[in-house]
Design a protein around this ligand. Structure first.
Ligand code: ARG
Length: 275
C-alpha cells in the first residue's frame, strides 16, 4: 500500500561548478587517472542538478572554483552547517587540504559568525548526516573518530559514530542517505558498515529502507531529499519503487562524469541548515 505524498520543505544548498574538475590523482577506488573526463559533459550534468534544485524551489548558492582544486565540485565535503553554525572541514588527503579554507572564507563573506576551524579531520557532510534526533557520523576512511566528539560539542546534538568497512563506500554519504530529516527516516546499504554499526542502525532506524549491492554501487545512496523529492543517480533503479511506496518522488539524474571522481548527487550538494 502506498503512503500519502510527502511534504517538501525549501532548502538552501551550496554548490561549486566543476570548472576545473579532473581526475589527476586517486584517493578512492572510483578514481582512475587513466580514464579521461569529459569536462563539457561534467559541467552540463552538474548544471542539470543545479537547475533541478532551483526548479524544485530550493536556493542554490555558489562557491568559486579554484583551478588548483579539481575535487572542489564535491562541495558536501567542505563544511557541515546546522542551525547556522558552521563546522569547517579538515581533509584527510593533502590534495584537498586547501578546500577547507575556501569554504570558511565563503561563510565569512556570507554573514556567518559561528565558524569553527576544526582540530580533527572531518570531511564535512561526506561523513556527517543530520536526522531529527542525531548526527550520524562515519569513520574508518576519512573522518577521524575524534571529530565526532568535536561535532557533538559544537552542535550540541548526539553524534552516533558508524564504522565504514568497504573502501568503495569511503564516506558515509556513499552508503547512507537521510530521507526525512524532520523524522528519523533513512536509507542505507548495510554491508558498508561493521557488524556493530549495522546493529546500531537497525536499533535506531528499524524502518529504514535497505539498499542492495547494485543500487549502492550505482551511488544510489548518494542522494538528496527535501522531504518529498529524492534526487538520486538515475541508474539506481531498484530504489525508485521502494521510495515511491513510501510516498517519496524519486528524481533520477545522470552525473556519470562526476562518478569518475567517486561522487554523485549528494557529494555535489552541501546543505545550509538554518541561521
Ligand atoms: N574525489 C573525492 C574524494 O575522494 C570525491 C568526494 C566525494 N564526496 C562525497 N561527499 N562523498 O575525496
Amino acid at each position: 500500500m502506498r503512503s500519502a505524498p510527502r511534504e517538501a520543505s525549501p532548502r538552501r544548498y551550496l554548490m561549486c561548478p566543476p570548472t576545473h574538475f579532473q581526475v589527476t590523482y586517486s584517493i578512492n577506488p572510483w578514481m582512475d587517472p587513466a580514464k579521461p573526463v569529459d569536462l563539457g559533459l561534467a559541467l552540463a550534468q552538474w548544471e542539470d542538478l543545479r537547475d533541478r534544485y532551483r526548479s524544485l524551489g530550493h536556493t542554490v548558492e555558489l562557491l568559486d572554483p579554484d583551478p588548483g582544486l579539481p575535487d572542489m565540485v564535491f562541495a558536501a565535503n567542505g563544511a557541515t552547517v546546522i542551525d547556522g553554525r558552521v563546522l569547517g572541514a579538515r581533509f584527510a588527503h593533502p590534495q584537498r587540504t586547501a578546500e577547507a579554507a575556501a569554504h570558511r572564507a565563503w561563510f565569512r563573506a556570507h554573514g556567518y559568525t559561528e565558524i569553527r576551524e576544526p582540530e580533527h579531520v572531518n570531511e564535512g557532510e561526506g561523513d556527517f548526516a543530520v536526522t531529527a534526533s542525531y548526527i550520524l557520523a562515519g569513520r574508518g576512511f576519512r573522518s577521524s573518530p575524534l571529530s565526532h566528539d568535536e561535532a557533538q560539542e559544537f552542535f550540541g546534538r548526539p553524534v552516533i559514530g558508524l564504522d565504514l568497512v568497504d573502501p568503495r563506500y569511503y564516506h558515509l554519504d556513499t552508503a547512507l542517505c537521510v530521507l526525512d530529516d524532520a523524522a528519523d527516516e533513512i536509507m542505507y546499504y548495510p554491508a558498508a558498515f561493521s557488524p556493530g554499526s549495522r546493529a546500531v542502525l537497525a536499533r535506531l532506524f528499524p524502518d529504514a529502507l535497505l539498499a542492495d549491492e547494485e543500487d549502492a554501487a550505482a551511488f544510489g545512496l548518494n542522494a538528496v531529499s527535501d522531504g518529498r523529492h529524492v534526487v538520486l543517480p538515475h541508474t539506481a533503479l531498484g530504489l525508485f519503487g521502494p521510495l515511491r511506496e513510501r510516498g517519496f518522488e524519486p528524481l533520477g539524474m545522470d552525473l556519470g562524469e562526476l562518478l569518475k571522481g567517486g561522487g554523485s548527487v549528494k557529494c555535489c550538494t552541501q546543505e545550509l541548515r538554518g541561521g
